[in-house]
Design a protein around this ligand. Sequence first.
Ligand SMILES: C[S@@+](CC[C@H](N)C(=O)[O-])C[C@H]1O[C@@H](n2cnc3c(N)ncnc32)[C@H](O)[C@@H]1O
Length: 292
Amino acid sequence: MRKDKPSRTAYKVAMNIVTLGAKPGMDKFLPPGIVQATERLLVASGTAETRTVRWARSERMVSVYEAFDWILPGQFEAFAHRKAFCEHHVRDGIRDGAVQILVLGAGYDTMGWRLAPEFADVCFFEIDHPATARFKAEGINAMGQRDNLCLIAEDLGKRSLADVLKADKLWDPSAQTVIVAEGLMMYLLPEAVRELFCQCNAISGSGSRIAFSYIPAGTDGRPDAGRWTGLMLWLQEVSGEPWTSSIRPEELDLFLEESGWVNTAALAGPLRKYGVEFYAAAAKRKRVPAHA
Ligand SMILES: C[S@@+](CC[C@H](N)C(=O)[O-])C[C@H]1O[C@@H](n2cnc3c(N)ncnc32)[C@H](O)[C@@H]1O
């Protein structure tokens, strides 16, 4: 990503959520309150003007997104399913005993802000690149701080997750945690993704889980976005946020095992793919293998 500018892709995800709010039937999938909170955050953070957000939540914009779905079929609605998938894992993890939530590459995601009052005994943490995080922080400030929501501005390409959290007095590495890495992996280098998953293991307690999305790798090893892969890779490249990582779904179990996680029957669910991405969840292994 361009290091000095807020993430364009985070902005696009947020605007997409707002437009999904205008699509009939999507309220069945979208987490409650997400559209309104995202609208507020975009405006309060100075990321978008009120009229832009109003325009985004219109039937015309729904038609525009649908017209562009030919490049990535299903991707417009996929963001609703992705948000619902991650929030399901956070709620389920809390029911299961998690007391810490960590959202990596949070962008303009509003889950922490929305759920913090409902789960007052749970600590919510978000990390994002400073270029985006400072806008988010301004927005959250204006919308109303949450005592149990901690926003951390760090470039995870420069500083390790373990170092970042070690420096945070509120972070408890022995606590049962739900980690969310939504729409993040494809923007990191493959070694960085592996390292991040190993570190997620190291900074969380037993019973923790990680929910994430990833782009599948094609036979040539590149991210596979379907028929228009070449165009998509080029568009991402020129936008300054190239896709640099992907995983073959059949190699996911091995990748997780090597980085200290395991796909359990209870968490895995059916193979989920919406639009261009797969959604997956894994539980922390009891012991990290020696070579990880
Ligand atoms: C596609 S956006 C997804 C945002 C959010 N997870 C969502 O789905 O709404 C990718 C996010 O990853 C963040 N990101 C990318 N590289 C990063 C890095 N090196 N350190 C921290 N955050 C990073 C970007 O700032 C951006 O907010």
